[in-house]
Write a protein that binds this ligand. Structure first.
Ligand SMILES: Cc1cc2nc3c(=O)[nH]c(=O)nc-3n(C[C@H](O)[C@H](O)[C@H](O)COP(=O)(O)OP(=O)(O)OC[C@H]3O[C@@H](n4cnc5c(N)ncnc54)[C@H](O)[C@@H]3O)c2cc1C
Ligand code: FES
Length: 266
């Protein structure tokens, strides 16, 4: 296992603004953490004003600018709602950067096909920005308001294909439909990278496997410690002669799709 540098720090909120509906963008000043961050890694954040909540919440690192990094989060419960009430100048505790991220495509290497569902777009953005080789980003969500940073991907020069389940923006349907169409073109040297709900990741892994295209998937399981101690986050991963549980917080969150034992992933 690779030793990954990480720091626990009290970091200051630069801004915390609503993006669309229940999605927020949080920018944190973290001069020691920001230069260490690799695409696909996450920050484990403790909301200091949240009474009685000792547990941290994991969030993919969305953007890195100078001495700051940002996260793009959706309010779903107590922790994220408390986070949404915080403002600039307030402080959080963050352990970051954590986890084993994506392999950044090489210039002249495989064409990257990025697949992002909902807040999974956050993990994909830094990969798109750091990749010298541009490709296609497939972004999908239930409704128009679940489509995030489409313009930012376009500004990086990527070809963006959007789907919504209700047809309110882009093509109507699941994000896997345009991916399937693209893979049927049988162009050589492609690689899939994906982050989103587990069901979507399973479908992406299956489709990539059918076309014999390699795929790296960010498996966002529920986490407690975030640093490899509690084993809350394990998923079954194939080994030479069987399978073993591996921790998504340390060996992951990014895994090769061919190694995941999908039958037993919930
Ligand atoms: C590696 C990783 C990266 C993540 N990146 C992002 C991100 O970039 N943006 C973002 O908005 N969220 C991200 N998440 C999910 C985020 O951590 C949870 O939404 C958050 O912890 C919920 O905290 P809460 O206290 O608001 O909700 P809770 O009260 O703890 O839970 C509210 C609801 O959210 C569900 N939930 C909690 N954690 C997860 C999870 N990991 N996956 C699916 N459902 C969950 C619970 O089952 C429950 O139904 C990531 C998770 C992981 C493991
Ligand atoms: S969250 Fe504790 S081991 Fe992964």
């Amino acid at each position: 296992m690779l030793a990954v540098p990480m720091l626990e720090q009290t970091v200051q909120i630069v801004s915390n603004e609503r993006d669309t509906d229940s999605y927020f963008r949080l920018v944190l000043r973290a001069p020691q953490i920001a230069p260490l961050i690799q695409p696909g890694q996450f920050a484990h954040v403790r909301v200091l004003p949240l009474k009685g909540a000792l547990l941290r919440r994991p969030f993919s690192i969305f953007q890195v600018t100078g001495d700051t990094f940002s996260i793009l989060y959706k309010t779903v419960g107590q922790g994220t709602e408390a986070l949404a009430r915080m403002g600039s100048g307030e402080e959080l505790s963050a352990i970051a950067p954590l986890g084993h991220g994506f392999t950044v495509p090489r210039r002249g290497g495989e064409t990257p096909l990025l697949v992002a569902g909902g807040y999974g777009m956050a993990a994909m953005y830094l990969l798109a920005q750091r990749s010298p080789q541009k490709g296609i980003v497939f972004v999908g969500g239930r409704r128009r308001i679940d489509i995030l940073c489409e313009k930012e991907f376009e500004a990086l020069g990527w070809d963006v294909r959007t789907t919504t389940e209700d047809g309110s923006h882009g093509e109507k349907g699941l994000v896997t439909q345009p991916l399937l169409k693209e893979l049927k073109r049988k162009a050589p040297y492609r690689k899939v990278f994906a982050c989103g709900p587990t069901g979507m990741l399973g479908a992406v892994g299956k489709i990539a496997g059918e076309f014999n295209v390699p795929a790296e998937l960010s498996m966002d399981e529920h986490m407690c410690c975030g640093v490899g101690v509690c084993l809350t986050c394990v998923i079954p991963i194939k080994t030479g002669d069987g399978w073993e549980y591996q921790r998504t917080c340390t060996e992951g969150p990014v895994f090769d799709a061919r190694e995941v034992v999908w039958e037993t992933v919930k």
